[in-house]
Every structure is written in C-alpha cells, then in structure tokens.
Design a protein around this ligand. Structure first.
Ligand code: ADP
Ligand code: MG
Length: 481
C-alpha cells in the first residue's frame, strides 16, 4: 500500500554582501579577478593576525533583517566553526552559532494558490571560504583564496516550505529583496546567492519531521526546483518500498537531474563551536539601529503599492514594474513627463520588454531615456500617431537615434503630413477613382469591399495612416460618389 506524503523543505540561503572589503580584513571583495590577488595575512589566517569586524557588513545584515521584520539582536558574538578543508586556510570559519544577528522574520510570496508567508528562523553573519578548482584531466587541484573572508549572511528558513514551486518563489523573492536593498548583486551564476536545500517527507496529516537530506550549494533557481522534485520522488519511493531514509548530504548532478550521496550523518563533522576569542562582542545601539532604519529604501512590495496608489496602475502592472528597482524608477521618471501612466506601463511591458529580451539587456542598458519614451507615449496620446506606427516604426528608429527627439523623427519621416486630413482625403479619392467597377458593386451592397479601398490608402500612406480614420473618411466619400 502506498501512502501520500507531504514534502517538507527548509532553505539555508547564503548571500555575499556587496561591501568594498571583506568581513574581517581590508582585502577588496571582487568577483572574477586573477587568483590569489585579493588576499592578506588575515584572510589567509596566518598565526598572530587579528580579525577586525567590518561595520558595513553588520549594517547590511540588519537591513535584511529589518526588511523581513526580524528581531535585531542587540548583542551578539562570533563563534568558530572548526573543520579542515583546503579552501579554509585558518582551519575554522568565523560564524554566528549561538547569537545570530537577526531572529525570525518572514517574506510574503505570490503563488498560484494565493499568497503565503514564508517564515525565517534567523539570519546569521559568517565569512565565505576560498575556492578549490579542479581542471579537466589535470591531476592537481588549485586553490584560489580571493573569496576567503567575503562577508555572507545566511538566511535560514523554518521547515515550512512544502513544494519546489514555493522554494523557487521564495529564493526569487529573496534575490529581488537583496537587490532592492543594494546589499548583494543576487547573481546566482557567480555564486553571490546560493542555497543549501533540506528536504524530507512525512505522511500527509502528521506533524513530526521526517529524516532530511541536505543538498549543498545550489546556485540556480531551476536546479533548486529540479533537485527538490527529484528528492521527493526518490524519498517517496524508498519509503513505499519499505526502506528507510538516512540523514545525509547529497549533491545535485544538474546534467543527470539526480542527487547522490556525499556523506552520511555518522561521519559528519562535529564542528566544536566555541566563541571566537579574537573578536569583541557586537552591540547594536538604538541610535545606530534608527540611523539604519532611516536609510532603508522602498521595499519591493512597498514600491508595488506606490505604483498602484500614486499612478493607479493595475496590480499586474505594478508587480511587473516593481520586479526591479531600476524598472520602477524608470517608470516613475517617465511619469514625470507624461500623465498617461497606464500607457507608459503598457510600453514598458510590451515593446520595451521585447526589445530588452531580444538584446538580453536590462532597463539600465536601455537606449531611450524615460523622457524620450514619455515623448513617444505622448505622441500617441495626442493622436498625432497611431499606436501601431509608434510601436513598429518610430520606436525602432528612436532606439537607433537616441539623441534625436521623437518629434524630429516624425517630422523627418513625413508622418505628420500623412496623418493630416487633406492628405488622407486625397488618397481616399484616388483609391475610389482607381476602381470604378468596385465602387458600383459596393453601392449595390457588397459593403465588404470597403476593405479593398482602405487597403489602397494604407499602401499609399506606407502604413502610417490611422485605419480608423481612413475607414470613416472612406465611408463618407463613398456615400458621396
Ligand atoms: P542542522 O542542525 O542539520 O543544520 P537545522 O535545524 O539547523 O539543521 O536546520 C537547517 C535547515 O534545515 C533549516 O532551513 C531547517 O528549516 C531545515 N530542516 C530542519 N529539519 C528539517 C526536516 N526534517 N526536513 C526539512 N527541512 C528541515
Ligand atoms: Mg544548521
């Protein structure tokens, strides 16, 4: 007999903080530099050196805590987590085991079934390790310590995530948030944001947690989802076949789409945590906390509400625009130059988004300034141009000539002329004169023929005339014949 199981998932999300220097040393924090050029005796853990805490790191972690409604611990200290690994030159990692900087907190995520509050257990500070590199057939491993000592926050969720979709949505939301806060670039491919994924299952309706497996170092949203889906199926199969699960660490093979065991609990490290004797405890004063609160930017959901409230945008639009802070700011700036807010939003969700997708760019790379886009929107609003003409002809020309005003392009292309009543009337009359037979048939009742005449005029205007106006004028002129 097979029973139904409920998946239970908990995430440990690591975000590298975008500070100028490392958490306990002045070496720069940069990605993609020549190996072992961003190091110092402190980040290499040479005997006799002393770590010194970077204040910015504490500020960034507090920002994340404030954003998700955590309680900020007024007093904390650091701990040593002891283990041996070649990429950890000190032989221990400095972390916060007993007194994490932030406790609790939650993020609301949007799911198909509705919104869900995803609870966090805590956020703690720690340092990143270096990197071991294994190159093809080369029998040697290489070590790059540039990353050693990069500041990290580890955001640990409660085991209350119940599907791969929820996990995907939560990590996306965290990525959006750290980017809004400007504390991490959220670049998962470069490993700036990565997650350890804990998965277990339990019979539906029960509350005791099942035996979990941990999948380490996932740095793609898609793979987080795939690994969870694979694990749920694997664990269900083991239990249904009468087997039992063991607590273990597994890795995900992205190529095969499967996980395999790395180490089991019995042989797992005992880290022998103890308080780091070389660092003083950290105290967060009320006045400092207030200073940090005062520098908090609008958060994604606040930005979304602002777009709805101040610009009367539909929730869908607001959600799209607030996906990145840069897009929301672009919109708000364009809205300084045109009150057609919904039209600006349509342009950003339509032609602008397709253009950016085609070129694999983000809004910060977009050729047109918010003001230039607003000018195009206004030309359509005022009825100078049809939307079609603006989107398919003016827009690409404007992108090619970002320094030319939209009005100038319209003038150079002779589009104003094409929209004027006189020119249109002339073309309408020419079209009628060209098909006397069709005019007769039309008058006898074949009203559908009007499409032919309109087509003629559209051709003459090279597609720039407003079909609605042509239709109206054509009916009038045909009635006169
Ligand atoms: P550990 O001591 O093994 O590090 P923790 O209790 O610190 O475990 O939890 C680490 C992460 O694993 C958290 O995100 C937590 O929500 C999650 N977790 C803990 N137990 C389970 C479980 N049985 N199933 C799924 N996730 C779990
Ligand atoms: Mg743990």
């Amino acid at each position: 007999m097979s029973i139904s199981y409920q998946p239970v998932i908990g995430l440990e999300i690591h975000a590298q903080l975008q500070t100028n220097s490392k958490i306990f040393a002045s070496d720069p924090v940069l990605f993609g530099q020549e190996a072992n050029t961003l190091i110092s005796p402190i980040s290499l853990g040479h005997p006799g050196t002393l770590p010194k805490l970077n204040k910015k790191v504490v500020e960034y972690a507090i920002k994340m805590g404030l954003a998700i409604g955590s309680k900020i611990s007024p007093k904390q200290y650091f701990d040593r987590k002891n283990y041996f690994y070649p990429d950890l030159p000190k032989g221990y990692q400095i972390t916060q085991d007993k007194t994490p900087i932030c406790m609790g907190g939650a993020i609301l995520v949007h799911l198909k079934e509705g919104d869900k509050r995803m609870e966090f257990h805590h956020i703690h500070l720690e340092e990143d390790a270096g990197k071991s590199l294994h190159e093809g057939d080369n029998p040697y491993s290489f070590l790059d310590y540039n990353r050693a000592g990069t500041p990290l926050i580890e955001m640990v969720t409660e085991p209350s995530i119940h599907s791969s979709e929820e996990a995907f949505a939560l990590v996306s939301e965290v990525r959006k948030l750290v980017r809004y806060l400007g504390i991490c670039d959220g670049n998962m491919e470069e490993g700036s944001l990565r997650a350890d994924v804990n998965v277990s299952i339990r019979p539906v309706g029960t509350t005791t947690l099942g035996t979990k497996v941990e999948i380490k170092n996932m740095n793609s949203l898609r793979n987080i989802q795939r690994a969870i889906e694979y694990e749920i199926i694997r664990q269900t199969k083991v239990l249904n076949e009468g087997g039992s699960l063991i607590q273990e660490t597994r890795t995900f093979d992205a190529h095969a789409g499967t996980t395999h065991s790395m180490r089991v609990k019995e042989t797992m490290n005992d880290y022998r945590y103890f308080p780091e004797p070389d660092l003083a405890p950290v105290e967060i004063s009320v006045s400092w906390l207030n200073e940090i609160k005062a520098t908090m930017p609008l958060l994604p959901w606040e930005q979304e509400q602002k777009l709805i409230k101040n610009y009367h945008l539909p929730a869908y639009d607001a959600h799209f625009l607030a996906d990145t802070r840069e897009m929301a700011l672009y919109f708000e700036e364009a809205a300084q130059h045109s009150k057609a807010y919904k039209s600006i939003s349509n342009w950003l969700m339509g032609p602008v988004k397709s253009h950016l997708n085609d070129k694999n760019q983000s809004i910060t790379d977009f050729e047109l300034s918010p003001k230039a886009l607003a000018e195009i929107v206004e030309l359509v609003e005022k009825g100078t141009l049809t939307h079609n003409l603006a989107a398919h002809q003016l827009f690409p020309l404007a992108i090619e000539n970002p320094d030319k005003s939209a009005e100038k392009i319209v003038e150079e292309q002779g589009w104003l002329h094409a929209q004027s009543g006189d020119e249109l009337t002339k073309w309408v009359q020419e079209a009628i004169a060209a098909y006397p037979d069709k005019v007769k048939e039309y008058q006898k009742g074949k009203k559908g023929l009007i499409a032919l005449f309109i087509g003629e005029v559209m051709k003459k205007s090279r597609g720039t005339a407003d079909p609605k106006r042509v239709n109206q004028l054509m009916s009038e002129e045909l009635a006169k014949v």
